[in-house]
Ligand binder design. Structure first.
Ligand SMILES: [Ca+2]
Ligand SMILES: [Ca+2]
Ligand SMILES: [Ca+2]
Length: 557
C-alpha cells in the first residue's frame, strides 16, 4: 500500500511512501530509501552489502519517467523537459545496476552511524519490466578501530541515545554500541548560549530558567570567544569553543543567540546546476568531527570537503538583536513550555499556492503529506490558493500549532506563482495569536535568510503578541524536482514525521534527526546537500514540544 503510480505525459511515475528522488537527468527516475544503522562507537566500517530476499514483478510494463533537472522554487519559468537517455532506455540491462546507491559513515555525539541509500526497484527499460524488492538483507561488516572511541558524559550519551533511537534501524543496539562514559574533566556544561556582549545581561534570566529545568548552563560572549580561542575568523573560533565544550565539558545544546551581526553564520559552498550556492548553514556549529574545509581553500562544506552532517551538539539560533527582543523571546519560551494554551495544539494551518501551474504542480502536495501525518483527532485547515495573505493571517490569529505556507518565496514572504501573497512579513510581525505560538516550516526560497535585515522567519519568531516559537525555513533557494516532491518538501514532511510518528518531543533533536535521515543522500548529491544545510532552525534546541494538550512539565534532571 506504500506504492502508487501516476502518469506524467507519456511516462510512468513511481511513488513510494517515505521514498525520495535523487534525479539524474535522462535516467529512469525511481524512488530510493534511506536507512541508518548504528555500529559500535569504536568500529571502522569495512563493507556494506545489500541483497534482495524477496522480489515481485509489478504487473504490466512501464515507461518510467526520466529524471528532470531540479528547479529553484523562486523560478517561475516552466523548466524544459529532459528526454530519456537512449543509452539507458534502449537497453534491457537492469537499472540501477546496484541496489545500494551510496552509503556514508559518521559520528553523532560519539555514536557511530552508517547511512545507506538503497533503490528497492530494478527496471528493465527496453522490455518495460519493473521489479520491487520487498525484503532486503543488509550486511554491515566492521572492525575495531585503532583509535579508541571518544569518551562522553552520561548526560551526553543519554540525550543522544534518546534522539538516535528514532533514527536508527537497530535501536536495541544503541546501549551496547554507545561510546564509553566518564565524568568530564571540568565542570559540566550541557547548554551553552553564545551571544554578543550587549545582549549578555538580558539572557541571565533565561540561564536561570534553563538551570531550573535541570540543565547546567553557561553564557559566553563573542568577544570573549574572539580573545580565547584560535581560528581563522570568528565563526571558526566560535566553533572551536563549541568543540572544546563538547569534548571536555559534556556539551549537548547550543543556542546561537543573535542575528547575523551578533553571531555570524558560516556560509557553505554548494553548486547545483548553474547555481553557485553560498549558504548560511548553522549545522557548521553542530557537526564537529571535521573542519568543513579539509581541502584548505577557505570554501566550507564543498562536496570535496569532509563533513558527516550528523549533529554532535544540537544547535538552534534565536535571531534577535536588542534587549526588548530577548525579553520577548524568553517570555514566549516560558509561556510555551510551562503554561501552553491547550485549545490550539492539535490544529494545523496549511496554506498553499501554485508552484508551476503548467506542470500541474502545487504547494498543496507537501501540505497534504503533512496532513496525512497528523494524528487522529487533529484539525488540518488547508487553504489552497488563498486570495491574499490577509486571509491567512486572520486564520493564524485563531491559533494553529503547525503552520506551513507552501509556494514561491523571497526574504519577505511566500507567494503563489502568479504573485499573490500567501504570507508575508507585514502580517507575520503583527499577529495576535497571543500564547498560541506556532511551529512554522516552508519549502519556499529565502524566507529563512536571516542575514537579510528582517526575513520572514525572524519576523515570525520575534512577533510580540504571538507569531512563532520555532521556524525552519530556507536561507537560500528551496529546490523542487517537478513532477515529484523534491528535497525541500521532503525535509518539511520528515520533521513532522519525527514529531508525530517517532515521538521526538524536543525541537533540536527533532530538526536534526529528521535531516540526518538523508545524510548519505547529502554526501552524494549536491542538490540534497544544499537543501539539508540551508534548512536552519530558528528556535531553542532544548524546547519541549507538545503533541497532546496534556500539560506535563519535563525535567532534565
Ligand atoms: Ca573547502
Ligand atoms: Ca558529526
Ligand atoms: Ca536578520
Amino acid at each position: 500500500q506504500n506504492l502508487s503510480f501516476d502518469r506524467y505525459q507519456d511516462f510512468d511515475l513511481v511513488n513510494l511512501a517515505n521514498g525520495i528522488y535523487i534525479p539524474e537527468p535522462g535516467k529512469p527516475l525511481l524512488p530510493v530509501i534511506s536507512t541508518t544503522v548504528v555500529i559500535p562507537a569504536s568500529a571502522r566500517l569495512t563493507s556494506v552489502r545489500v541483497q534482495p530476499l524477496g522480489t515481485v514483478q509489478i504487473p504490466g510494463t512501464f515507461n518510467i519517467l526520466p529524471g528532470q533537472v531540479p528547479v529553484p522554487f523562486s523560478e517561475r519559468e516552466k523548466p524544459d523537459f529532459n528526454l530519456p537517455d537512449p543509452a539507458v532506455y534502449r537497453s534491457d540491462e537492469p537499472f540501477p545496476a546496484q541496489l545500494l546507491q551510496n552509503y556514508s559513515t559518521g559520528n553523532a555525539g560519539g555514536f557511530r552511524l552508517v547511512n545507506l541509500t538503497i533503490c528497492p526497484f530494478t527496471y528493465h527499460p527496453y522490455s518495460g519490466r519493473l521489479f520491487l524488492h520487498t525484503r532486503l538483507q543488509i550486511d554491515i561488516s566492521y572492525q575495531p578501530d585503532v583509535q579508541s572511541a571518544p569518551i562522553k558524559t552520561r548526560f551526553q550519551t543519554e540525550q543522544l541515545l534518546n534522539s538516535l533511537k528514532n533514527l536508527v534501524l537497530n535501536p536495541d543496539d544503541l546501549s551496547a554500541f554507545s561510546p564509553p562514559i566518564a565524568e568530564a574533566d571540568q565542570p559540566e556544561i550541557n547548554y551553552l548560549i553564545i551571544t554578543a556582549p550587549e545582549l549578555a545581561a538580558s539572557f541571565q534570566p533565561y540561564l536561570e530558567y534553563k538551570r531550573a529545568r535541570g540543565l547546567r548552563t553557561e553564557l559566553r560572549t563573542t568577544d570573549w570567544i574572539e580573545r580565547n580561542y584560535p581560528g581563522r575568523d570568528l565563526p571558526e573560533k566560535i566553533r572551536n569553543h563549541i568543540i572544546d565544550y563538547y569534548q571536555n565539558r559534556g556539551l549537548v545544546y547550543v543556542l546561537l543567540a543573535g542575528d547575523n551581526r551578533q553571531v555570524p553564520s558560516r556560509h557553505i559552498r554548494v553548486d547545483v546546476g548553474n547555481e553557485q550556492g553560498s549558504i548560511p548553514a548553522d549545522l557548521y556549529y553542530g557537526d564537529l568531527d571535521y573542519s568543513w574545509d579539509s581541502n584548505h581553500n577557505n570554501l566550507f562544506g564543498e562536496m570535496t570537503d569532509s563533513v558527516d552532517l550528523y549533529a554532535d551538539v544540537f544547535v538552534g539560533r534565536t535571531s534577535l538583536e536588542n534587549p526588548a527582543q530577548v525579553e520577548n523571546f524568553i517570555s514566549k519560551v516560558i509561556a510555551f513550555e510551562c503554561t501552553p494554551q491547550l485549545n490550539y495544539i492539535q490544529r494545523t494551518l496549511l496554506p498553499s499556492g501554485w508552484l508551476w501551474r503548467s506542470l500541474n504542480y502545487h504547494g498543496k502536495f507537501v501540505n497534504d503529506s503533512i496532513a496525512e501525518l497528523t494524528p487522529a483527532g487533529w484539525t488540518d485547515l488547508k487553504m489552497e490558493n488563498p486570495p491574499g495573505a490577509r486571509v491567512v493571517a486572520d486564520s493564524f490569529d485563531h491559533g494553529f500549532y503547525i503552520f506551513d505556507p507552501a509556494g514561491h518565496g523571497n526574504e519577505a514572504g511566500v507567494y503563489d506563482e502568479n504573485g499573490t501573497p500567501i504570507y508575508t512579513t507585514s502580517f507575520a510581525g503583527r499577529q495576535q495569536n497571543q500564547n498560541q505560538y506556532s511551529i512554522i516550516t516552508s519549502l519556499a526560497c529565502n524566507p529563512g535568510n536571516f542575514e537579510a535585515e528582517d526575513c520572514l522567519a525572524e519576523v515570525a519568531l520575534n512577533c510580540v503578541n504571538g507569531g512563532a516559537i520555532a521556524v525552519m525555513m530556507n536561507s537560500r533557494y528551496g529546490w523542487g524536482t517537478p513532477p515529484t516532491m523534491g528535497p525541500s518538501e521532503k525535509l518539511c514532511v520528515r520533521f513532522y514525521d519525527y514529531l508525530f510518528n517517532r515521538s521526538e518531543y524536543q525541537l533540536g533533536p527533532c530538526h536534526d534527526c529528521s535531516r540526518e535521515e538523508y545524510a548519505s543522500a547529502a554526501l552524494y548529491s549536491s542538490l540534497w546537500r544544499w537543501c539539508l544545510t540551508e534548512f536552519n532552525l530558528l528556535g531553542d534546541p532544548t524546547l519541549d514540544l507538545w503533541t497532546t494538550p496534556l500539560p506535563t512539565c519535563r525535567n532534565h534532571s
